[in-house]
Design a protein around this ligand. Structure first.
Ligand code: F6P
Length: 460
């Protein structure tokens, strides 16, 4: 293995540069060249394959900084379609022309699906990342628990998973993905900040966090102490929810609800997603879950409740919604993400060195600590070959109390008790550096652009 490629695909996450740096540092030790492909799979679909040499003379380029969020290589949601054999062989030809002996894809379940067809042409390893923390399995045989249920959709079925079995935390395949801890750090702080407004004005705040069909971010957001957490894996029971909100209002005159964007009703229909569309990788884009819960509360609680006690002029005015949005996906990664991401990047290089293909570098939890391991991607496939996003197990969430279960608390503690470094706190002081007022933002894209080379020989 003399030269490997690396690309970052799917939505950006805070620790991508840390993963790339970890891979490059390991490659420096092994004297392997690393070529960064620009903009994920999109770079490979481009006949000129824009790329950057990340370790000339086995020294990491200075733009690689583990504390910088996003990815210096750029990312896209384009992917390689497994059924398009012509494109796949063209992509394989381009990698060959670049003399790339193995490829690291940094991404989540969508990227892993995109990596599958390339695995037949060269060694490939996925270095995981996703704020959603939905890559992997709750336990080894979980992929077999997916079933196809007929429905009226164009494809005629939908996937459904049974609730699964009890498991120990050390059984989880890929315990946690880089990006998750930083997302939770941001969303938990958002809850704390919004809380005081809800409290002062006797209002109900509904805060929506990301995660698609997985409630992990919402679960982690419990560090911000929301009164109620709603996750996609537990259908929203309107009666129970309204009862809980009323009992909270009764005691503290305000309430804070944190919900995942992908929450569903008891029929399994998304509460939001009214205007859903699909990205190039076929992922649903969610919107409107918080507004849907607001409508539900306004309808059930009604104006009188709020006007009677002179708390608010109407139910509509009393309930407000906010999305944490992309702030939970961007910016400086916290210590846990930086460290584990760079470890996984290094592990991915070691796996390629062993010429493994279609492999996933994983972070496992054993005997109270984290260890690196790997798994063949086929272990994550269901009977029909699909790789599903890992759902939040019902064992980690208490649907009656709308809070993490004891096992959920244990899970979160294992990640977060040392997740924040002193430098993460210190770095916040730079916000008010006077230079920020006089200097424009210096984009890394400008520096990387000067390093970009193309297969046709052109550069820049
Ligand atoms: O998969 C990561 C994620 O942030 C999801 O949580 C979210 O639904 C989606 O990406 C948002 O995608 P985009 O940035 O393309 O709107």
């Amino acid at each position: 293995m003399k030269r490997i490629g690396i690309l970052t695909a799917g939505g950006d996450t805070p620790a991508l540069n840390a993963t790339i740096l970890g891979a490059v540092q390991r490659a420096n030790q092994l004297r392997i060249e690393v070529v960064g492909i620009i903009k994920g799979f999109s770079g490979l679909l481009n006949p000129n394959v824009p790329h950057v040499f990340l370790n000339p003379l086995f020294q990491s380029i200075p733009e690689l900084d583990a504390t910088r969020g996003g990815t210096i290589l750029g990312a896209s949601r384009d992917y390689v379609d497994g059924n398009d054999h012509e494109t796949i062989s063209r992509v394989a030809g381009r990698l060959n022309k670049l003399k790339i002996d193995g490829l690291i894809c940094v991404g989540g379940d969508g990227t892993l699906n995109g990596m599958q067809p390339l695995s037949e042409h060269l060694p490939t390893v996925l270095a995981p990342k996703t704020i959603d923390n939905d890559l992997g399995l709750n336990y080894a045989d979980e992929a077999n628990e997916w079933a196809k249920e007929p429905n009226d959709s164009a494809r005629g079925y939908r996937y459904k998973k049974n609730p699964g079995r009890d498991f120990g935390l050390d059984e989880m395949v890929n315990f946690v993905t880089p990006g998750f801890a930083t997302a939770v750090f941001v969303s938990a702080q958002s809850i704390q900040r919004i809380r005081t407004t809800a409290e002062s004005h006797r209002r109900i705040a509904i805060i929506e966090v990301m995660g698609r069909d997985c409630g992990m971010i919402a679960l982690g957001t419990s560090y911000g102490q929301p009164d109620i957490i709603l996750v996609p894996e537990a259908a929203v029971d309107e009666t129970l929810l309204v009862e809980r909100v009323l009992s909270i209002l009764d005691v503290q005159k305000h309430a804070v609800i944190c919900l995942s964007e992908g929450i569903v009703d008891t029929e399994g229909q998304c509460l939001g997603a009214v205007t859903s569309s699909k990205d190039p990788a076929g992922n649903l884009q969610y919107s409107g879950a918080a507004e849907a819960v607001k409508r539900l509360l306004v309808k059930h609680i009604g104006n009188d409740f709020f006007t009677h006690k002179r708390r608010n002029e109407s139910a509509d005015a009393a309930v407000f919604v906010r999305k944490v949005g992309h702030t939970q996906r961007g910016g400086r990664p916290i210590l846990f993400d930086r460290f584990q991401a760079s470890q996984l990047g290094g592990k991915a290089v070691d796996l390629l060195k062993e010429e493994l293909t279609n492999c996933v570098a994983t972070l496992q939890y054993r005997d109270g600590g984290f260890v690196l391991d790997s798994v063949n991607a086929n272990v994550l496939r269901d009977r029909w070959g699909t790789i599903h996003a890992r759902p939040l197990s019902p064992r980690l969430y208490d649907a009656k109390r709308f809070q993490p279960s004891p096992q959920g608390i244990e899970y979160l503690q294992s990640i977060f008790h040392t997740a924040l470094g002193a430098d993460d706190v210190e770095s916040q002081r730079h916000l008010f550096s006077t230079g920020n007022l006089s200097r424009p933002y210096q984009s890394v894209n400008v520096d990387i652009n000067k390093r970009i080379q193309r297969l046709d020989g052109a550069s820049g």
